[in-house]
Design a protein around this ligand. Structure first.
Ligand code: SF4
Length: 402
């Protein structure tokens, strides 16, 4: 298919539902968009990634120039995030082999809710607008045929509200990934209204804080409609976190969406922040990260988390860098740039996330170790005081003068 913005009426192009309806779901079909790349390349990607979902909106595809060469495409940050980029990684201690990265079954009182940390619960929608090939929830999002427990069931909704009401410690709800903003406005409004109507015995709202984590600004910024902004305002959403990996995602349409939220919600505008995956093949150098964080700061959006790439994701072998290399990058930025622009660098783990210390030899509570076969492992004390481990990869960056 050819995506030419000039040939689509402006009202259609900027209609988020049109973008969604016209999203391409088979990687073989994008070959028509590219004038210099043989379709066998995309056929090959399809064969290598059977079983995994693929989807790109016309907006997203239009960010890649049609006359790009194959070599350039293979370095392109959009391609590297949202396309299958080769063979699914099936061997090695951090391979994609069904190992759970994030979801612990006992944290799911219903199919909709994950209650990992004390004061907050996540609503876990499972569909996305595009499928990030590094997704740490790949077993629930990228798999074409996920296990039944990975499917959000509206039939559980009343039970989920009862759970939120019954747990005195829960005071915050995060609408999280998949993609909560794939819900139509009426459904999103119902979700926020139902949560807001839960009351304490004194009649005050029980859920004091509401957050939304979304990827729409990178795939379909037109989802930020006036109606959506009204809903954010009416239900006092406290924070919106945009997921973003590279400064090329900050397009004029992305910026327009940010302004629309602020101007439309006025004094009730949510805090705008970002989560960024650290991807060895896209953003793993101080200049690229700084370009991203600096451009966000110019928009008054706070870079909040830099998240170490998870193991057990489909293309982890091409994307992961060592945790210590991530800490090296943070050291290169820290003190040379204003602290407010620098996100917190974290390793997330199904047993809880931790901030990575900048000491390159680790600390008593965060250690760089090896498994019995000599493979790198990070080991740290989690928020419950329990030691947890993750497979790491070898350092690739040369030590940098700080
Ligand atoms: S949008 Fe979020 S949940 Fe969906 S595939 Fe990307 S990282 Fe995963």
């Amino acid at each position: 298919m050819t995506i030419n913005r000039q040939r689509v009426r402006e009202e259609e192009w900027k209609d988020w539902k049109w973008q969604q309806r016209n999203a391409v779901k088979d990687v073989r079909q994008v070959s028509d968009h590219f004038t210099k790349i043989d379709r066998t390349f995309f056929n090959d990607l399809y064969e290598k990634s059977k079983g995994l979902k693929f989807q790109v909106t016309p907006y997203m595809l239009s960010q890649i120039p049609p006359d790009i060469s194959l070599e350039e495409l293979q370095r392109n940050p959009w391609f590297l995030q949202f396309f299958p980029i080769g063979d699914v990684y099936r061997e090695g201690p951090d391979a994609y082999n069904g190992t759970e990265n994030w979801d612990m079954p006992e944290e799911f009182p219903t199919s909709n809710i994950q209650h990992k940390y004390t004061n907050r619960a996540l609503l876990r929608f499972r569909n996305c607008l595009a499928y990030c090939n590094f997704c740490f929830e790949a077993l629930g999002t990228l798999e074409k045929d996920p296990k039944p427990e990975k499917i959000f069931k509206w039939g559980d909704w009343e039970k989920s509200l009862d759970y939120l009401a019954s747990r005195p410690e829960i005071e915050e709800v995060v609408l999280s990934g998949g993609e909560p903003l794939l819900l139509p406005d009426s459904k999103l409004e119902q979700v926020l209204r139902d949560i807001s109507e839960i009351r304490n015995s004194d009649g005050k709202p029980k859920i004091r804080f509401k957050r939304i984590h979304t990827r729409v600004l990178s795939h379909n910024p037109y989802r930020i409609t006036d109606k959506l902004v009204e809903v954010l305002k009416e239900y006092r959403v406290n924070e919106m976190a945009f997921h973003i990996a590279h400064s090329s995602e900050i397009t004029p349409d992305f910026k327009e969406a940010v302004y629309r939220i602020r101007e439309g919600a006025g004094r009730y505008a949510p805090i705008l922040a970002t989560h960024t995956p650290l991807l060895g093949n896209i953003n793993a150098n101080a200049e690229t990260l700084w370009e991203l964080f600096g451009q966000l700061y110019e928009l008054n959006v706070k870079p909040y988390y830099l998240i170490h790439t998870f193991p057990h994701t489909p293309f982890a072998n091409q994307q992961r860098m060592s945790v210590r290399d991530g800490a090296r990058l943070m050291k290169q930025l820290k003190r040379h740039k204003s602290n407010i622009v620098i996100p917190e660098y974290i390793v997330a783990h199904y047993n809880g996330k931790v901030t990575v210390p900048l000491e390159l030899d680790g600390t008593p509570e965060f250690q760089y170790t090896k498994d019995g076969h000599g493979n790198p492992v990070v080991k740290f004390l989690n928020w419950k005081g329990k030691w947890v481990e993750y497979p790491d990869v070898k350092d690739a960056l040369a030590p940098h003068p700080v």
